[in-house]
Design a protein around this ligand. Structure first.
Ligand SMILES: Cc1ncc(COP(=O)(O)O)c(C=O)c1O
Length: 408
């Protein structure tokens, strides 16, 4: 049973008042709030059992090393991957940069092509612009279909035997669209391209099974799914990771170092140079356990109910326009919208006065805003929901939007 009131009890911040109003946190696509289990785990480690890991023979170091590796096991299990295929990074951005540097720069040449889509977050655009400029290869964009999803027909036309890398988002952080990644992965592999899935917005929303998906890499961030900031995940297929050179060099990623050479450590440690973000990795595993206790299927079902309710209520508005699909079955509860007269930041400010936290502007997606002709007008307001949000909050949100409509 999905008991939202019980879930809300676990998030102390939800009791806060903002501008003397009850906080309504609708900025989850940027970062989610943290449950007590995560906050307490961080405190517990620093109070009782902190030490550096993988280095000490003493008990504290041994204990925390085991906890850190156990956290990796929990994350691996969460996405159905093997232990050695999960690398802890800082965030989604670093995971994609790691692939760009360690895989793409080494394996691509000037005759090759990279395909991404117009809906990508900057962190899945800039590394590919860099690789494309560095090796002189082509960077190709696929546009959107009428339902605001990556246009698979156009993708089929654009992909060819020179395409070596396809890097696309599973769920758009602006539009909420859920892309047909299974089909895109299949077509990419038929053309012998490797596929990277940006799961920053999908890992919090839906069950990910990397074996079933068959993507070559899949990346996401702890902070968007109840975990701490400073921890990201890079999943990569073992045979590809084995062939790659390390991205960062230093302590812990080696087996032996000589004066002019070194032997790299095994996977996954080959890609984790220096003291890692030990405490936050372990606290992220607490977030994963929290999600698993509720059940990803239950979370997805509840978020779908919220999506349907939000879209139904949106149709009552006159001066606000939704930017994205109205089909609740094929989208996540990430809603971008604009107003006939007000700019996105003005609306966000008015909502903040009522205790409602939303994001406004370009959402780290300038190319998408330009593609949708929303750049000059200042972008969109984005309301993004997660498992602790309620229909009552949505209802209050629409009352406020109606008040704004009446005043402006
Ligand atoms: C789809 C998508 N990709 C990548 C990122 C970058 O995530 P991070 O800032 O955690 O690296 C985000 C963050 O908003 C995102 O929504």
């Amino acid at each position: 049973m999905f008991d939202v009131e019980k879930i809300r009890e676990e998030f102390p911040v939800l009791k806060r008042k903002i501008n003397n109003k009850k906080l309504i946190y609708f900025d989850n696509a940027a970062s989610t709030q943290k449950p007590k289990a995560v906050i307490e785990k961080i405190k517990e480690i620093y109070e009782n059992c902190y030490a550096n890991i993988h280095r000490g023979i003493h008990t504290l170091s041994q204990e925390l090393s085991d906890e850190y590796e156990n956290a990796r096991k929990i994350v691996a299990n969460f996405v159905n991957s093997n232990f050695e295929e999960i690398i802890f990074t800082r965030n989604t951005t670093e995971s994609i940069n790691l692939i760009a540097y360690s895989y793409a720069l080494k394996n691509l040449n000037k005759n090759d092509e990279i395909i991404i889509s117009v809906m990508e977050h900057h962190s899945n655009i800039l590394p590919w612009q860099f690789v494309s400029k560095k090796v002189g290869c082509k960077l190709t964009y696929v546009s959107l279909n009428k339902d605001y999803k990556i246009n698979v027909e156009e993708f089929k036309e654009k992909i060819n035997r020179n395409t070596k890398v396809v890097s696309i988002t599973h769920i758009s952080n602006v539009l909420g669209s859920i892309n047909d990644i299974e089909e895109i992965i299949k077509i990419s592999h038929e053309n012998e391209a490797i596929v990277i899935i940006d799961a920053a917005q999908s890992a919090p929303h839906t069950k990910i099974d990397v074996k079933k998906l068959d993507a070559d890499f899949l990346v996401f961030s702890s902070h968007k799914m109840l975990g701490p900031t400073g921890i990201g995940i890079l999943y990569g297929k073992k045979d590809i990771l084995e062939e790659m050179e390390p991205f960062l060099f230093g302590g812990d990623m080696i087996k032996d170092v000589d004066f002019y050479s070194a032997i790299w450590n095994d996977l996954p440690w080959k890609f984790e140079a220096g003291t890692p973000n030990i405490v936050d990795a372990i606290a992220f595993a607490e977030a994963v356990k929290f999600l698993e206790n509720i059940g990803m299927e239950n979370i997805e079902k509840y978020l779908n109910e919220l999506t349907k309710y939000f879209l139904d209520r949106f149709s009552e508005l006159r001066k606000f326009k939704l930017v994205g699909s109205r089909n609740y079955k094929n989208r996540a509860p990430i809603f971008s919208f604009i107003h006939d007269y007000l700019k996105s930041h003005e609306i966000a400010k008015l909502l903040d006065l009522e205790g409602i936290a939303v994001r406004s502007g370009y959402h780290c997606a300038h190319p998408l805003m330009k593609y949708l002709n929303l750049f000059e007008s200042g972008g969109t307001v984005r309301a993004s929901l997660y498992l602790y949000n309620t229909k009552e909050e949505i209802s209050y949100f629409f009352d406020i939007l109606k008040k704004i409509e009446n005043n402006y």
